[in-house]
Design a protein around this ligand. Structure first.
Ligand code: 3PG
Ligand code: MG
Length: 396
């Protein structure tokens, strides 16, 4: 793996450290409802503070068009303070007078959060004058926001060209885990890809068939592949116009010696709702007015035995409509099986993406996986084999 400078390579004592974190956390009525992302960056914050650095947090929240009090980082700052158990200051702007005064007043070991970087449209444009204004507030830039690293924005990428660029502890852990999964993995490698649409994961499938030994395709996107193979899928969700694309991917997989594992049976219901009456059917008997909502029991056995054959697993996307009971069974079964194999030291397992993390949490196995990424878009782009600007800028 290419080398990155880490917090072991820099003396932060007395320095103003611009620390890019991902504080884009779920919120309801002014309260943070999931602290995971904050908990992930907490060790980096306290390490820099304990070493005598001045920690200046930079982050975005939501996708505001200009300044919008509803997307202020102020309530998130309170949650950060609560998680790390120390006071965290707040400045109403991330550049200019307000920010400069707040930074100038900091003592070694202090922690300050600057307001949402996206309140300035120049952030997303990676505007040089805006980058310079941010850079003037710090002596080094530490990027601990892997989950925002697919954005070439001022605070996620631009600063790395202006200040010494360092990977934070969470970024470091993420890059090491991802390298173990697809960079230099122990073979054989299996990937599980699910979710509703083939169209949103075309690049992902194309990249994976070149890299992995087996690819499980589940969720709504499996229906598109089954349909392309001439299997009747009733009223199931599918992108029938992508049949030719699906066949091309299957062909590519065959040439690359990647075994494609599609469902061999399916759980079918007649309404898309929780607890709708359902049955498992063979693929030759899917009712014409039914909808495939999960993989069937034979498919679960197949997926689990394919996991048994693998040394490394990378997972993005549930294999059924996991948000609806009982159509979470396939996803839960595979999650539990992969967790057990990991605990038995037979498997390196890496998973990412919002739905996947939610499914692993629901199965209570997130802690048993080797690594669970909190990144959504960034994890997907990494799995697609695309360079992430916020990571590339850290390479030395
Ligand atoms: C995320 O929540 O996935 C990251 O913080 C990136 O947010 P964005 O998709 O609005 O750039
Ligand atoms: Mg996103």
């Amino acid at each position: 793996m290419a080398k990155f400078r880490t917090l072991d390579d820099v003396d932060v004592k007395g320095k103003r450290v611009l620390l890019r974190v991902d504080l884009n956390v779920p919120m309801e009525s002014g309260k943070v409802t999931d602290l995971t992302r904050i908990e992930r960056v907490a060790p980096t914050i306290t390490e820099i503070a304990d070493k005598g650095g001045k920690v200046i947090l930079l982050a975005h929240f939501g996708r505001p068009k200009g300044r919008d009090p509803k997307e202020s980082l102020k309530p998130v700052t309170a949650a950060v303070s609560q998680v790390i158990g120390r006071p965290v200051g707040f400045a109403d702007d991330c550049i200019g007078d307000v920010a400069e005064k707040a930074v100038a007043a900091m003592k070694d070991g202090d922690i300050l959060c600057l307001e949402n970087t996206r309140f300035h449209k120049e952030e997303e444009k990676n505007d040089p004058a805006f980058v310079a204004a941010l850079a003037s507030l710090g002596d080094v830039w530490v990027n601990d926001a892997f989950s925002a690293a697919h954005r070439a924005h001022a605070s996620t990428e631009g600063l790395g060209h202006k200040l010494p660029a360092i990977a934070g502890r969470t970024m470091q852990a993420e890059l090491e885990a991802l390298d173990k999964a697809l960079g230099a993995p122990k073979k054989p490698v299996i990937a599980i890809v699910g979710g509703a649409k083939v169209s949103s994961k075309l690049d992902l499938l194309e990249n994976l068939v070149q890299k992995v030994d087996a690819l499980v395709i589940g969720g709504g996107m499996a229906n598109t592949f089954l349909h392309a193979q001439g299997i009747g899928i009733g009223k199931s969700l599918a992108e029938k116009d992508l049949a030719a694309t699906a066949l091309r991917i299957l062909d590519k997989a065959e040439k690359a010696n990647c075994a494609i594992i599609l469902p061999v049976d399916a759980v079918v219901a007649f309404h898309f709702e929780a607890n709708a009456p359902s049955h498992a059917y063979g693929l030759d008997a899917i009712p014409s007015d039914g909808m495939i909502l999960d993989v069937g029991p034979l498919s679960i056995e197949r997926i689990n035995s394919a996991i048994d054959d693998a040394a490394t697993l990378v997972w993005n996307g549930p294999v059924g409509a996991f948000e609806l009971n009982p159509f979470d069974r396939g996803t839960m079964a595979a999650a539990k099986h992969a967790a057990a194999r990991t605990k038995a030291k037979r498997l390196v397992s890496v998973a990412g993406g919002g739905d996947t993390v939610a499914a692993l949490n629901a199965a209570k196995v997130a802690n048993d996986f080797t690594y669970v990424s909190t990144a959504g878009g960034a994890f997907l782009e990494w799995m697609e084999g695309k360079p992430l600007p916020g990571v590339e800028v850290l390479r030395r």
